[in-house]
Design a protein around this ligand. Structure first.
Ligand code: SF4
Length: 456
């Protein structure tokens, strides 16, 4: 389908073709689902809300609920205040959430709706809350939207109530990762014996079991009370510069909780860094179980090194995932030839080039705010052995006959990502399995009969 992508690269400033991102409210909605008994609310047209819900539903294969201000022509001309005020009243009356998390859309942002003021003029039942985040989609990406909603959790919910003291807990801000990844990070914290609050936490919200009964508010998610108390924590470990850093800094500014910004723990180095930070903060030692998992990962890395050595890879997707993934493929002996994200931001290319330089790798192309059309053109000019990214990479993979390993958001055509982590040592082993299988399957399909081996 992309067979006609031209090789010649021309400078484009005002046009994206096949963007490597989607719009802000999707990320904001996903973050909001990580609060227990929260109903995300989209302040804009029904069409936007349907798209955002549908995209998340297709990725998680679970029903994603969200309400909408249902803008029509009147709201577009006169503003959406009455829609939001009435909407909040209806949502509390009909669906009875503990909290509503409002995100704006392109339309309400362009009109200039002051959502904070609208909420102040709304009737919020006692004990309930409404928070909001500005998420204009003509700026940033779904990653920015996720980050903005996380910031709102801090600025509009977190409090410091214990004065000089702290509650002995560590806040973990996991970044835009799968519910399975959040669960794995919690498992690691629990192995260490660390008292923590993770938020947002979408595990057991968007990957719930089929019980035969529909539950609008599954048991997962961080309680509003726990988020409020995060202002009394001893530290915040923010995983991912793009998704978690700003929320952690806001919490420091508001409640003086020390922030530590690390990579999403994808791959061996990033997982080591997270575990060492947990150890440093708690004064505990590395548990035997994690030591064993790390040893197994190192063993596997050695076992498969000959499959990986010198292979060229194109990696695209969300900046925090791509950054950690780049570090991991270097550790596996591969060459990240093309590294691209659709999300704007200056530190991305700097961080990637720094890693490449340290590894002595030259001649790679790195770009933030890039699109998949350009990535395809790069690949046409000099092919790679593997593509790592979300489902949208499958068109390039098919056109160029290159295996695609699906990592990131969205994954719309494969299953398992909601249940099996890619973070931590166990997740790194799963990634190695996926990458090796992709290489070896291609080899098995294409090699000559005399090279078709039982043992590889
Ligand atoms: S109009 Fe804006 S918010 Fe709505 S779906 Fe499109 S990009 Fe997203």
């Amino acid at each position: 389908m992309l067979d006609y992508t031209p090789k010649e690269i021309t400078e484009r400033k005002a046009l994206n073709v096949n963007p490597a991102k989607t719009c802000q409210p999707i990320g904001a909605m996903y973050a909001a689902l990580g609060i227990n008994k929260c109903l995300p609310h989209s302040h804009g047209s029904q069409g936007c809300c349907s798209y955002h819900r549908m995209h998340l539903t297709r990725h998680f294969r679970d029903p994603i609920v969200a309400s909408t201000s249902s803008f029509t022509e009147g709201a577009c001309v006169f503003g959406g205040k009455s829609n939001l005020v009435k909407g909040i009243q209806n949502v509390f009356n009909i669906y009875n959430p503990d909290i509503i998390a409002v995100n704006t859309t392109c339309l309400s942002e362009t009109i200039g709706d002051d959502v904070g003021e609208f909420i102040r003029d709304s009737k919020v039942p006692e004990g309930k809350r409404v928070i909001y985040a500005n998420t204009p989609s003509y700026a940033g990406s779904h990653v920015t939207g996720f980050s903005n909603m996380c910031k709102s959790m801090v600025t509009q919910i977190a409090e410091s109530t214990m004065g000089e003291g702290n509650n002995g807990k560590v806040n973990i801000m996991p970044g835009f990762v799968e519910p399975s990844d959040m669960k794995e990070i919690k498992r690691i914290a629990e192995e260490i014996g660390m008292d923590y609050t993770m938020y947002p936490d979408t595990s057991d919200v968007v990957n719930t079991p089929n019980t035969g009964k529909y539950d609008m508010y599954p048991e997962g998610g961080t309680s509003v009370e726990a988020i409020r108390e995060s202002g009394d924590a001893m530290a915040t470990v923010a995983l991912g510069k793009y998704t978690s850093e700003e929320a952690a800094f806001k919490l420091e500014h508001k409640c003086k909780v020390a922030p530590y910004v690390l990579k999403v723990p994808l791959g061996i180095k990033a997982t080591d860094a997270m575990i060492f930070k947990f150890i440093e903060l708690t004064g505990k030692s590395v548990p035997k179980a994690l030591e064993k998992e790390r040893g197994q990962l190192v063993d596997l890395m050695v076992d498969v090194h000959h499959h990986y050595h010198g292979k060229k890879v194109a990696i695209f997707g969300d900046p925090d995932i791509v950054t950690a993934m780049t570090e991991f493929v270097i550790d596996l002996g591969m060459i990240p030839k093309y590294v691209l994200t659709g999300t704007p931001g200056k530190v991305f290319a700097k961080d990637i080039y720094h890693m490449l330089e340290n590894a002595g790798i030259e001649g790679s192309s790195v770009k933030s705010e890039g699109d998949l059309f350009e990535l395809h053109q790069w690949i046409k000019n000099e092919p790679v052995d593997l593509i790592i990214g979300n489902t949208y990479g499958k068109y390039i993979a098919r056109a160029e006959n290159i295996p695609l390993v699906r990592v990131g958001f969205p994954i719309l055509d494969r299953v398992g990502h909601s249940y099996f982590p890619v973070v931590g040592y166990m997740g790194a082993m799963r990634l190695i399995e996926k990458i090796s299988t992709a290489f070896l399957d291609k080899y098995d399909q294409e090699c000559a009969d005399e090279d078709f081996e039982l043992v590889m």
